[in-house]
Design a protein around this ligand. Sequence first.
Ligand code: ATP
Length: 336
Amino acid sequence: IRVLGIEGTAWAASAAVYDSGTDEVFIESDAYQPESGGIHPREAAEHMHDAIPRVVETALDHARETGDRPEAESPIDVVAFSRGPGLGPCLRVVGTAARSLSQTLEVPLVGVNHMVAHLEIGRHTSGFDSPVCLNASGANAHLLAYRNGRYRVLGETMDTGVGNAIDKFTRHVGWSHPGGPKVEEAAKEGEYVDLPYVVKGMDFSFSGIMSAAKQAYDDGVPVEDVCYSLQETVFGMLTEVSERALSLTGSDELVLGGGVGQNARLREMLREMCTQRGAEFHAPEPRFLRDNAGMIAVLGAKMYDAGDTLAIEDSCVDPDFRPDQVPVTWRARSER
Ligand code: ATP
C-alpha cells in the first residue's frame, strides 16, 4: 500500500509518501524560519497554511509519477496525519488538510501520535524488537518502553523539552533559531565549566541548567565553554537515564528519536554507554530524526494494516496527546 503522511506539529510543514511494498519513503518539507526569537504559534500556523498544500501536491505528484495507477484512481491508499502533541493552531491546519484529502481521494484516515512516530521510525529502520527509546526533540524529552499494549513513559523532563531548552540559551546570546546546530559547532572549541546536573530518579530538568548557562555567559565565560558544558551536562543526563531505563527493562536495544538526535556528541555518548553494557544502539538517518512526514506515513501504514483508522467525526487534534495514551494496535498480537 501507499500512504500519504502529513506532519505539521510545530515548524516543519511536511508531506511524505511511503510505499510499504518497496519500503521507500519520499519526503518533501518546508521549514518555518522565525525572523527573530523562537517559534510564534500564529506565524507557524500561517506557514502551515501556505506550505502544506505545496508539499502535499509535490508528494502526490511523486506518487503519481512512480506508481502505475490509472489517472482516475487515487495515487495513495491512506492519509495519515499527526494529531499531536504540538501547537494547536498548526495541528488544526494539518487536521483539516488530512480530513479533506481523505474525503476527496476517498481513502481512509489514520491519526498518528507524533512522539510515538519519532520512536517507531527507529524501531522500523533498526529492525529491533523491543527497544528502549530516547525521544530527544524540541518540545519533548521522554524515555519510553513498550509494555502491555502501550509505550510507557519511564522518565521525562519536568519542565521544557531538550531542544527548546538549548534554543532558549541561544536566543539569550542572540543566535538565530534553531540553536542546536550552532551550539554543536561552538562546543568543538570549548572547555568544561561547572553547570547544575539535575536527574531525579528517571526524570530530569533543564530549567536550572539554562539559567546557570545564561548567567555564566553574562558573567563573561566564553560562549564556546558554555556550549561545550551545556552539551556535556544535558547529554550526560540523558545518557544516565537511558542507561537506567535499559537496566530497569532488561532490554539490550536503544533507539534515538527527535531533532536533537542529529547531534553527533549525543549519539557518541549513547553509543559508548551501550557498547559498555553490551547493548545495541540505533539512530535513524537525520531526515527521520527531525520532524518529518516520513515517520507519520510509516507508522500510518502499520496502523492501517492493524485496522486502526479514524472516522472523520472522531478525528479532532490533541495538542497534549501523550505517547502513553495510544493503544498500540500494530504490534504482533503475541507481543500485546
Ligand atoms: P517535537 O518533536 O517535540 O514536537 P520539535 O517539533 O521542535 O519538537 P524536532 O524537529 O524533533 O522538534 O527538533 C527540533 C530541535 O532540534 C530544535 O530545538 C533544534 O535546536 C534541535 N536540534 C537540531 N539540530 C541539533 C543539533 N545538531 N544539536 C542539538 N540540537 C539540535
